[in-house]
Design a protein around this ligand. Structure first.
Ligand SMILES: *Cc1c(COP(=O)(O)O)cnc(C)c1O
Length: 360
């Protein structure tokens, strides 16, 4: 028996979120944490090489003003409607702390980003999950019940399924008295953003990130856009927590990334094209999957268990994501890499399935 010490009784204990592994092997194919396979915009690479290290003596701008202004300009909103954080995980965590402070449980899908329940536990926020339907779609009717707030990703993760703006609006219309957060980590791969609804719904917060579609997971930049009042409350909490969260290089390079809209559109379009091609190839190999609008495919094979495929791929230094969780243990979440990376993945799967997947 492990003895529990007196001083341990009042400790805030949590079961932390488990991120996908971050291997670093030469020649590996990393398709497990939904990063972009292409480098950041050329201007970002150039600026990174020219960073003035003397500036690192000083604290960065705690308001991240240039980045807030660049985002406001790009998305045609006011700077007072933008909040920037250290990755969208930081933004969403701050939003949980700020907005989900009621007695009723907050609501989110049962199959979704597995950080939501961790933040709810960390901040002692009551929560309830709503089961996705048999086709992995959100049932808007589930969100018509007393609640303390709502969050869901659109497209959802790990399913990749996009909900229409009508569905998002249906949920908003039924929930005018709580904050509704739409986590749009993957919206740039083909979805319609709920950003156009922020003036209509002052309780809507739209969260996006530079990690997936802007090739900058390593810099940690996320942001959210919403009504000025929402952003004000979020800032009050943020500046009560830690004023200087975003480092100077991230601020400078983030602005440069936002400025290059053309490169951003080009790389996301390339990923979408690769995704659509890979869907056909996976289907031909006996995989089924929800029709992804994200930069990953959530696939299940007709005969070979996902765990077995996950291990076999790993042996080849091809990393995908698998969860031993109810409802999703038969699935692999495969990030869309470059065309060459996907060809190697498909080639391996073709051989492996030919050898191991004959009989049902
Ligand atoms: C990746 C991801 C995030 C967080 O990404 P950051 O790197 O922290 O910006 C948030 N929500 C969902 C659904 C994600 O998949």
């Amino acid at each position: 028996m492990v003895q529990v010490m007196k001083w341990e009784e009042n400790i805030r204990r949590v079961v932390p979120y488990v991120a996908g592994e971050q291997p670093n092997k030469p020649g590996m194919i990393k398709l497990n944490t939904n990063e972009c396979p292409y480098p950041p915009a050329p201007g970002v690479q150039k600026l990174a090489a020219q960073l003035d290290c003397d500036k690192l003596r000083l604290y960065p701008d705690s308001y991240t003003t240039p980045l807030v202004e660049a985002l406001a300009e790009y998305y045609h909103v006011e700077p007072c409607e933008v909040f920037v954080g250290v990755g969208s995980d930081d933004v969403i965590s701050m939003a949980f702390l700020t907005f989900f402070n009621g007695k009723e449980p907050i609501l989110f899908p049962d199959v979704t980003y597995s950080f939501y329940d961790v933040w709810a536990e960390l901040y002692r926020i009551p929560y309830k999950t709503c089961a996705l339907d048999e086709n992995w779609h959100i049932r808007p009717g589930d969100y018509v019940q007393p609640n303390g707030g709502i969050i869901f990703p659109n497209p959802n993760a790990p399913t990749g399924l996009l909900e229409s703006l009508d569905t998002v609006e249906e949920i908003l219309q039924a929930n005018r008295d709580v904050v509704v957060i739409v986590d749009e980590a993957y919206i740039d791969f083909g979805g319609t953003s709920a950003l156009q609804l922020i003036r209509k719904y002052d309780n809507l917060l739209v969260v996006q990130t530079f990690s997936k579609s802007r090739s900058m997971a390593g810099l940690r930049i996320g942001f959210c856009i919403g009504n000025e009042k929402l952003i004000g409350y979020l800032n009050d909490v943020k500046y009560s927590f830690n004023s200087y969260t975003m480092n100077l290089p991230a601020q400078v390079l983030g602005v440069e990334a936002v400025r290059d809209g053309a490169y951003f559109k080009e790389t996301t379009a390339r990923i979408v094209a690769t995704r659509e091609r890979v869907k056909g190839e996976l289907r031909a190999l006996g995989f089924t999957f929800p029709d992804s609008s994200a930069n990953f495919i959530f696939a299940s094979h007709e005969t070979i268990p996902a765990r077995q495929l996950f291990e076999a791929l790993r042996e080849e230094d091809i990393y995908v994501r698998h969860w031993d969780k109810p409802r999703i243990s038969d699935f692999l979440r495969i990030t869309i890499g470059t065309d060459e990376e996907m060809d190697r993945l498909i080639g391996f799967l073709r051989d492996y399935i030919a050898q191991n997947g004959q009989d049902k």
